[in-house]
Design a protein around this ligand. Structure first.
Ligand code: BTN
Length: 248
């Protein structure tokens, strides 16, 4: 049986201005994104957060499910974007960057990013972000396999190997910094993203509305992946990327 983590000290001593204020903690819920969305609809401010120790119907990107056994971090944060809607995809990059920085700090491991928002350690996906947008708010759902039982994860899933309280604290601190930075100077978030990104410079195959193959060249100012194909550069705004060999 997994021991319930002690989050009291963390909540009392959280060094953030908005993120995790307040933080609602649940034993088990279908999806923290649903609870956070309801709070946002009732007027909750940016940073209001919902944590669950387990999800029974965790959602992933592209309509997939997200395995959510006890031992993982399942966190959703209300955002009140201070960006024009066309630039909201940058929020998802900012949250992924903050989550990766927090995960790296708490675990003392290198945590890389795979476009659009996978957290990867030692070649395995250990976390992901699901940003769900509405007219006047967005909910950023963060899932990280902190110390999840490997048998409960899909074959491609890895485990970070870190306790929940320090990971939660580091993630809230870094995601807040990263979201503040995207509001103030989005270019800096993109630079930091590129530096942590394992997709760039690699042959990729993107499964989206169509299949695109080529070399991942850049992440542009709106957060799209730019892929150099035989017929020229293509901007990818959504899809699933498989990374092949490094180029040159
Ligand atoms: C992905 O597919 O990579 C994104 C996974 C996002 C999972 C998180 S866990 C907290 C929040 N609640 C959900 O149902 N999904 C997100």
């Amino acid at each position: 049986m997994t021991r319930r983590p002690d989050l009291g000290a963390l909540i009392a001593d959280l060094p953030t201005a908005r993120f995790g204020r307040p933080l609602f903690v649940h034993e088990s819920v279908p999806s923290t994104n649903d609870l956070a969305r309801r709070l946002a609809e009732e007027g909750a401010g940016e940073g209001t957060a919902v944590l669950a120790l387990e999800q029974t119907r965790g959602r992933g990107r592209l309509g997939r499910s997200w395995a959510s056994p006890p031992g993982g971090l399942y966190l959703s944060v209300v955002l009140r974007p201070r960006l024009p809607p066309a630039r909201w995809p940058l929020l998802s990059l900012a949250v992924a960057l903050g989550a990766a920085s927090g995960a790296a700090e708490a675990s003392r491991q290198q945590v890389m990013l795979k476009w659009p928002n996978d957290l990867v350690t030692s070649g395995a996906k250990v976390g992901g972000i699901l940003l769900e947008a509405a007219a006047d708010h967005a909910v950023a759902g963060i899932g990280i396999n902190a110390s999840s039982p490997p048998a409960a994860l899909p074959p491609w899933g890895g485990v970070l190997g870190v306790a929940l309280p320090p990971l939660l604290r580091a993630v809230l601190v870094h995601v807040e910094q990263s979201v503040d930075l995207v509001y103030a100077e989005a270019g800096q978030v993109l630079d930091r993203w590129r530096a942590r990104c394992l997709t760039l410079g690699r042959h990729v195959r993107v499964l989206g509305a169509e299949v695109v193959e080529g070399v991942a060249e850049d992440i542009d100012g709106d957060g799209a992946l730019v892929v150099r194909t035989h017929s020229g550069a293509r901007r990818i705004v959504a899809g699933d990327v498989s990374v092949r060999e490094a180029v040159g």
